[in-house]
Design a protein around this ligand. Structure first.
Ligand SMILES: NC(=O)c1ccc[n+]([C@@H]2O[C@H](COP(=O)([O-])OP(=O)(O)OC[C@H]3O[C@@H](n4cnc5c(N)ncnc54)[C@H](O)[C@@H]3O)[C@@H](O)[C@H]2O)c1
Length: 332
C-alpha cells in the first residue's frame, strides 16, 4: 500500500481525493491545507492526519508519495522539498511558472532519484488516448491539419483568487491552454514554429489565446479561453484531418468521417466512472483517475513513469512560455 500525503485540498485536491478513494493500491494518510476546514473535509474521508501547511506535511508525515495540488506558484518549492525528503511526487499541471523553476526541478529530480509525474491529464483522457492510438497505428494515415479547443466560463473557485493573478498562475495560457498544447506534443512531437494571438482583459491579462503551430506543411490550431459567460458550456474539442478520414470530438462525442463517406462512432469504454461527482469541468473522474492509477501502479512495480514524467511537463510548460513571450507576456 502506497501512503499518500495530499497537499492542497481545494478544487483539484478534492478530485484527487475522490480518485484515491477508488484506487486499491494507495491510501491518503495525511493531508495539508492552510484552510483547516478544507483539510478536515478530505481527512475525514480517508481517516488521514491533518497538517497545517504543505511544508509541515513534507517534514513530518510518514508518506511514500507527496501529491501537490497547490496553486502553481507554490509547486516548485514544495516539489523540491518533497524530493529532498525522499518522496516520490505528483505535481498538478502546469508544472511551474518559469524556466528557472523548470531547471531546479529537473536538477533536483536527478540529484534525488525521485519519481515525478505531472498532471498532464489529457494524455490519460479516453477520447484523446483513442486518438493517440489511432495515430500511432496510422489507422487513417498521416495528419494533414488539426484543431484543438478548450473553452470555459470564468473560473471562480480559486483560493484568494490566485488563478487570476498572472504572476501566480501564468494566466489562462499556462493554466488551461497547456492541456491541448501538451497533448499536441504527445501526439505529434515538437513543432517547428508558432504564431500566437492573445486577447486580454482590462488588466492586460491573457484570457484567450489562438496559436497556430507548424509541423512542416501541417498546421495545428489551438484555442484556449476561460472568460466566456457563466452559462457557456465547457468545451474540450478536437478535429483532426487525416489522409483517409477526419476525426471529430465534441459535445456529440467522437466521430470518424471516412473520406469515402459515412460516419463511424467508435465505442469508447470509460476506464472508470466516478461515483464521487464533485463538479468541475467534466463529470467523470476518468482521466484524473487514470493518471493517478497509472502513477501508483508504476510506483508499485518500480517501473519508470513514461506517459507524463517531469521532463514532459517541463517541455510543454516551456512551449507555453514561448507562446506567452511571443505576445508580450502574460500581463501587459
Ligand atoms: N488537471 C486539471 O484539469 C486541473 C484543473 C484545475 C486545477 N489544476 C491545477 O491544480 C492546482 C491547484 O488548483 P486548484 O484549482 O485546486 O486551486 P484551489 O485554489 O482550489 O486550491 C488550492 C488549495 O491550496 C491551499 N493552500 C494554499 N497554500 C497552501 C500551503 N502552503 N499549504 C497547504 N495548502 C495550501 C488553499 O487553501 C487551497 O485549498 C493548480 O496548479 C491548477 O493549475 C489542474
Amino acid at each position: 500500500m502506497i501512503k499518500v500525503g495530499l497537499i492542497g485540498c481545494g478544487f483539484m485536491g478534492g478530485m484527487h481525493s475522490a480518485c484515491y478513494d477508488a484506487i486499491d493500491g494507495a491510501k491518503v494518510v495525511a493531508v495539508a491545507d492552510v484552510r483547516p476546514e478544507k483539510a478536515e473535509e478530505i481527512a475525514k474521508v480517508h481517516g488521514a492526519e491533518i497538517y497545517a501547511t504543505g511544508m509541515d506535511l513534507i517534514a513530518n508525515a510518514d508518506v511514500d508519495v507527496v501529491d501537490i495540488c497547490l496553486p502553481t506558484y507554490l509547486h516548485t518549492e514544495h516539489a523540491v522539498a518533497a524530493m529532498k525528503a525522499g518522496k516520490n511526487v505528483f505535481v498538478e499541471k502546469p508544472v511551474c511558472l518559469n524556466e528557472e523553476e523548470c531547471e531546479l526541478l529537473l536538477a533536483t529530480e536527478k540529484e534525488t532519484g525521485a519519481k515525478v509525474q505531472i498532471g498532464q491529464v489529457i494524455r490519460f483522457w479516453d477520447e484523446y488516448v483513442w486518438l493517440k492510438e489511432a495515430y500511432d497505428k496510422r489507422e487513417y494515415g498521416e495528419i494533414q491539419s488539426a484543431v484543438f479547443k478548450r473553452l470555459s466560463s470564468y473560473p471562480t473557485w480559486a483560493w484568494e483568487g490566485w488563478l487570476h493573478d498572472a504572476s501566480k498562475s501564468g494566466s489562462m495560457a499556462l493554466d488551461l491552454h497547456i492541456h491541448d498544447v501538451d497533448f499536441m506534443r504527445y501526439l505529434m512531437g515538437e513543432p517547428d514554429d508558432l504564431v500566437s494571438r492573445a486577447v486580454r482583459d482590462d488588466k492586460g491579462i491573457i484570457e484567450q489565446i489562438f496559436t497556430t503551430f507548424n509541423y512542416g506543411d501541417v498546421a495545428v490550431s489551438v484555442e484556449g479561453c476561460w472568460d466566456y459567460p457563466a452559462d457557456f458550456p465547457f468545451a474540450a474539442n478536437f478535429r483532426v484531418k487525416f489522409e483517409k478520414a477526419t476525426v471529430v470530438n465534441d459535445a456529440n462525442g467522437l466521430a470518424v468521417y471516412p473520406v469515402e463517406g459515412g460516419v463511424i462512432k467508435p465505442e469508447i469504454k470509460p476506464s472508470f466512472e466516478g461515483t464521487h461527482d464533485i463538479g468541475g469541468n467534466l463529470s467523470s473522474l476518468g482521466g484524473y483517475y487514470n493518471e493517478l492509477k497509472y502513477f501508483i501502479e508504476k510506483l508499485e512495480a518500480g517501473e519508470a513513469l513514461e506517459v507524463a514524467p517531469l521532463c514532459e511537463g517541463v517541455k510543454s510548460a516551456k512551449l507555453i512560455y514561448k507562446e506567452i513571450a511571443s505576445v508580450g507576456g502574460a500581463q501587459k
